[in-house]
Design a protein around this ligand. Structure first.
Ligand code: SAM
Ligand code: SF4
Ligand code: SF4
Length: 392
């Protein structure tokens, strides 16, 4: 039986009996019923509580997507994310007891769908090193309101898992591959791995039926920017969508500075010289990547302009860390602990209230502010969660 079924209760009175120090004030959902959407049997109409079923934050942005970091560990040591000199043999990752179980992740996911979330992305760390991941995918894919379930992986173990992921209900996938040049790639994964296992993983994903396949490449000046056209050329005509991501100042440990950022405009210019693309409309409002289509009709690429043209105004994403914090910005210093209340016996209603009020209190627009201060020179250092803890 899913966790939480035993905790169903009527709406009245329960809030005042809350023993937990949670901000359970904006409640909508009063039951955990993964296979049931009927408002009359477990879900209260929002109007009954005079609270929004789809909360918006302080800038009127709705909550639409959840990114779940299923592990803080990784088999790569990309210097822009987990530099090997810091994350060495002795680095202490989260103990098992601190990591959310599959049941806990499924419970939170199911509850958050009642607030308007329909898109779920599993990430990490490297999600494919979490034991029995297909089992979690099976649990999440059976939540009725999860309309889009995907995963971001470095692809190293993808050949082994592609079929199992599809059988469990995964629909599409994003594979990170920063360069096809083995020497550059070895440097960028920090483990001396060649591209071959990742390319085999992409081929296996295609064969297994995952579609579309997106290929993420972080662009770092002087490191892989001379290999981007080759990457675009390789996947042109394959149906896969390469997305070039501006190197971001996530976390505090990757040595980021503006000099290492290649503006997406320059990436498009470099590709245009050989493979001209034209801009096209987003698939939906708030899409992270800006889309470009080759003028010869032979495929699509994207750029993620998080540094030079931030898209905070459309940001509808929440993140769940491996240890159960709900974080409302990639660049946040912390989040709202859901694991503590959950393990202390919080009801579904209390948890939904906590999630909802966290979102309603949200004022994040880090990238927009960073870009503004870069222009004025008024930058202030601040502590941020690392990328592998929060998921990309
Ligand atoms: N390990 C998986 C992977 O690499 O695909 C999933 C987690 S990773 C944190 C998610 C995405 O974030 C990857 O596409 C990765 O390239 C990207 N990423 C990590 N650090 C970044 C940075 N500093 N700037 C831009 N993108 C970054
Ligand atoms: Fe691992 Fe992904 Fe971070 Fe690279 S970007 S170190 S593969 S979590
Ligand atoms: Fe969203 Fe924060 Fe990124 Fe802005 S900086 S787009 S608010 S995650």
């Amino acid at each position: 039986m899913p966790p939480g079924n035993s905790q169903r209760f009527s709406a009245s009175g329960e809030i005042s009996r809350c023993q937990l120090s949670v901000r359970a004030t904006k409640l909508v959902h009063v039951g955990y019923i993964p296979h049931h959407r009927d408002i009359g049997t477990g879900f209260l109409a929002a109007s009954e509580l005079n609270r929004p079923s789809h909360p918006v934050d302080q800038y009127q942005r709705p909550l639409r997507d959840l990114r779940i970091s299923v592990t803080d560990r990784c088999n790569f040591r990309c210097p822009y994310c987990m530099p090997a000199e810091i994350y060495g043999e002795r680095y202490e990752f989260l103990p098992r007891a601190d990591i959310l179980t599959f049941e806990e992740i499924t419970r939170i996911t199911s509850l958050i769908t009642s607030l308007g979330v329909s898109k779920i992305r599993l990430t990490g760390g490297e999600p494919l090193i979490r034991a029995d991941l297909p089992q979690l995918i099976g649990m999440l894919s059976s939540i009725p309101d999860v309309e889009d379930l995907t995963l971001t992986t470095n692809g190293y173990l993808l050949e082994k898992f592609a079929n199992q992921l599809v059988e469990a209900g995964l629909q599409r996938i994003t594979v990170s591959l920063d360069s096809l040049d083995d020497e550059v790639f070895r440097k960028m994964n920090g483990r001396n791995f060649d591209t071959e296992p990742v390319l085999k993983g992409i081929a296996a994903a295609e064969k297994a039926g995952l579609s579309p396949i997106k290929i993420n490449a972080v662009v770092e000046k002087g490191v892989n920017d001379h290999t981007l056209v080759e990457l675009a050329r390789h996947f042109k005509g394959s149906g896969h969508i390469v997305r070039f991501i501006e190197f971001m100042d996530v976390g505090n440990l990757n040595g980021w500075n503006m000099e290492k950022v290649v503006p997406s405009r320059e990436v498009i210019d470099a590709i245009s010289a050989e493979l001209p693309p034209e801009p096209i409309e987003p698939n939906y409002p708030g899409e992270v990547a800006r889309r470009w289509r080759y003028v010869d009709g032979d495929g699509e690429i994207g750029v993620i302009t998080s540094v030079t043209e931030p898209f905070c105004g459309d940001c509808t994403r929440a993140r769940l860390t491996t240890d159960g914090n709900l974080v409302t910005c990639l660049f946040a210093a912390g989040g709202t602990d859901l694991r503590g209340p959950m393990r202390a016996g919080a009801s579904d209603e209390e948890l939904v209230g906590l999630i909802s009020s966290t979102w309603q209190d949200r004022t994040d627009r880090y990238s927009a502010e960073r870009t503004a201060t870069l222009n004025t020179g008024d930058e202030r250092p601040r502590k941020k969660i690392e990328m592998y803890q929060i998921g990309g």
